[in-house]
Design a protein around this ligand. Structure first.
Ligand code: NAP
Length: 642
């Protein structure tokens, strides 16, 4: 793990470089080389890729184009090496535009340049780090923060607070860091965002073993991060936060925490909730569930003491988790009944299970800015560049299974992916092809494992509704009793129940959950009126669906929180409370935005919606817009409390 600017000089031979280039991602390599050599002529029009073909290997570049690009890159790298590996001066604004435009085949606008500058750490520094120190701004103020949760976003918040010299403690219910990567240990558990993007912008690794890391690698990444940045000593493990109360008299928080040492009260000026959205396992409300006599467990509480070998196993649910563990356990169980309520769109990702080739890792570690351009290319192709497939065209009069011409084209292409795998099994085909628009539910990555798993002799896909669970199995609506030895629930999480089971009382004792009444909302996804200095990370409407990495969102949110704290210190205020009118107008904009996206208009069931049908999870706009709105805090949006 290193800061983005740390690069090893090239001393290897021409032949070594030539061989490494066979593993290169070419669409992002050419901008990186043009950047580092200051030579825009490397951006040959004849080698330009098409961002819209980003799902194709090398974005659809032909073999001849790849050969030409590799030869060009080889000459450029030899020149760079022989000149002492000194990068050219930072690109000008115009050059940056040229580079970015080439990297995204002209799809980005100038508005992306400031974000790109930050992403690239253009002058070699972590530009997202707070540029201020608490004791310089308010030398006589002792401002303390309680961070709840030591997962990805809690560790990030802690790191930034530490950089700014703000005192903090992290309260973590588990006995280790990692959050979701600690909780989820089911077979096959891995990230479904490419790791070069699913990693902190300022703590990149040029040696990810796989493009999409499994749980243990990610857990190590967060452990190493906490170790390297000195966060462990600030964490109180095995400590539950029971409640947090805002004291109107002192404008500060009092937390009731529980650990093996007993109950105690902790004071803090601000509370950062970093408890995640997907951490409360949801067991289905199916009659007789408690009567099942054999072992049963939820995917996020995998019971590794249960030996599945040769057993008859039922898996209820076919979401992102089941999609990962079903192909693994299918190989060892005797019989597997997979109960599917709604099929998912599969997104073909051939390298989903592949190791990162040695040549690519070498290039990422030796070519300055290659990591950043590779990351930006990923940011574009699975981020804002992909949003178009979910955007509703109000004029769309076509099939209800789509929301625009682009959505329909994507639906057709993804349907063909199923058809190609199931040419002779019309019944299975009709059971697995979704009848709702793409991106209305989370699309699941597939390297070609799901359909072959369902085709196995020991696997049955059951699409009849579940009527009841008995002591010995699962009864479906057609009256069939599926006898099984083990039931595994891949039934997701209570995603809409933000911050449960925490009890949080704000100004005048108002209870957060009463206030929300099942409709969690926040301003910027971060602040809630009547709850001064309570900051939410991965709060309402900060989830991304098809576009990007949730770590990017956390970096934006943490920036906003740190800005809020800086403003408090600068204004000698104790707390800030979001104005209700500002919050309401913001949420009206979010609701309107979500109604223009496929996940908002489609009537298919998804965890993006709460019980009333409101999309409480998702951010409906571009990644750029979220970054722009979280860069600074507008104090007009807040009441300052002293
Ligand atoms: P999920 O996507 O919510 O899937 C739950 C599954 O259970 C769905 O198939 C759902 O059917 C089914 N289900 C729920 N209640 C049911 C009932 N009463 N009867 C029958 N079926 C029922 O949950 P998940 O798979 O745990 O994933 C949740 C989220 O976690 C993902 O979307 C993703 O954001 C995250 N995740 C990420 C990764 C990763 O990065 N690799 C891996 C796992 C999870 P319906 O579709 O009909 O609701």
């Amino acid at each position: 793990m290193s800061a983005t600017s740390q690069i090893t000089p090239i001393i290897e031979s021409d032949d070594f470089i030539r061989a490494a280039l066979l593993d290169a991602d070419i669409p992002s390599l050419l901008p990186a080389l043009a950047h580092v050599l200051g030579d825009m002529s490397l951006l040959r029009p004849s080698l330009a890729h098409l961002a819209m073909l980003s799902n194709e290997p090398q974005a659809g570049l032909t073999a001849e184009q790849l050969d030409e690009a590799r030869q060009l890159a080889l000459e450029a790298l030899i020149k760079f090496r022989d000149a002492g590996c000194v990068p050219a001066r930072a690109p000008s604004h115009d050059e940056l535009r040229t580079l970015m435009s080439y990297a995204t085949s002209g799809e980005t606008t100038d508005a992306y340049i400031p974000l790109l500058r930050e992403e690239l750490s253009i002058d070699g520094h972590d530009l997202r780090a707070p540029q201020w120190q608490a004791n310089a701004i308010a030398p006589n103020t002792n401002f303390t923060v309680a961070v709840i949760g030591a997962g990805m976003s809690g560790l990030l918040a802690a790191h930034r607070l530490q950089q700014a010299g703000v005192e903090f403690v992290i309260l973590e219910k588990n006995s280790e860091v990692g959050g979701t990567w600690w909780d989820n240990t089911y077979p096959g558990c891995r990230v479904d965002t490419p790791n070069h993007l699913y990693s902190y912008s300022f703590a990149q690794k040029d040696d990810w073993p796989l493009f999409f890391s499994p749980q243990n690698v990610l857990l190590d990444y967060f452990r190493n991060f906490a170790k390297e940045f000195g966060l462990y000593e600030h964490i109180r493990f095995d400590t539950d936060v029971v409640s947090a109360d805002f004291d109107d008299a002192t404008s500060s928080w009092s937390l009731h925490v529980r650990s093996a040492q007993g109950d105690e009260k902790l004071g803090a000026n601000a509370v950062i909730s970093a408890v995640g959205q997907l951490n409360q396992p949801k067991l289905p409300d199916i009659a007789g569930r408690d009567t099942f006599a054999g072992p049963s467990f939820h995917s996020a509480r995998w019971d590794h003491t249960v030996d599945l070998a040769g057993k008859r196993v039922a898996v209820i649910g076919t979401g992102a988790s089941a999609m990962q563990f079903v192909p693994i356990i299918a190989k060892e169980v005797g019989q597997l009944c997979v109960f599917q309520r709604t099929p998912n769109w599969l997104l073909p990702v051939p390298n989903y299970h592949d190791p990162v080739p040695a040549g690519l890792n070498w290039l990422l570690g030796h070519v300055p800015f290659y990591m950043q351009w590779y990351r930006f290319w990923l940011f574009w192709r699975i981020g804002d560049g992909r949003l178009i497939i979910a955007q509703v065209d109000p004029e769309w009069t076509g099939d209800k299974r789509s929301v625009s011409a682009m959505s329909d084209l994507t639906r057709e292409l993804l349907t063909m992916y199923f058809q190609m795998q199931l040419p002779d099994q019309p019944e299975l085909l009709s059971n697995v092809v979704p009848q709702y628009p793409v991106a209305a539910k989370r699309m699941l990555l597939d390297s070609g494992t799901w359909i072959p798993t369902l085709q196995r002799n020991n696997v049955s896909l059951i699409t009849d509704d579940i009527k009841q669970i008995t002591a010995t199995g699962v009864v479906t609506a057609d009256g069939v009793h599926h006898e099984v030895d083990v039931i595994i629930y891949g039934t997701g999480f209570h995603a809409s129940k933000f911050l449960t089971p925490l009890k949080i009382r704000g100004r005048n004792g108002v209870d957060l959950h009463d206030e929300w009444n099942g409709e969690a909302r926040a301003y910027m996804g971060v602040t809630v009126p009547k709850f001064p200095n309570l900051f939410l990370l991965y709060g309402p409407n900060t989830n991304i669906v098809i576009n990007g990495s949730i770590i990017y969102f956390s970096e934006c949110e943490v920036n906003y929180v740190l800005e809020a704290i800086r403003e408090l210190l600068a204004h000698d205020a104790r707390a800030l409370d979001c104005k209700q009118t500002v919050h309401d107008a913001y949420n009206a904009r979010i609701d309107d935005g979500n109604q223009r996206m496929s996940w908002g208009v489609a009537d298919v069931h998804s965890w993006y919606k709460n019980d009333s049908g409101r999309v409480a999870q998702n951010w409906p706009f571009t990644l750029l817009e979220f970054w722009e709105q979280t860069r600074t805090v507008n104090l007009d949006d807040y009441e300052l409390l002293s």
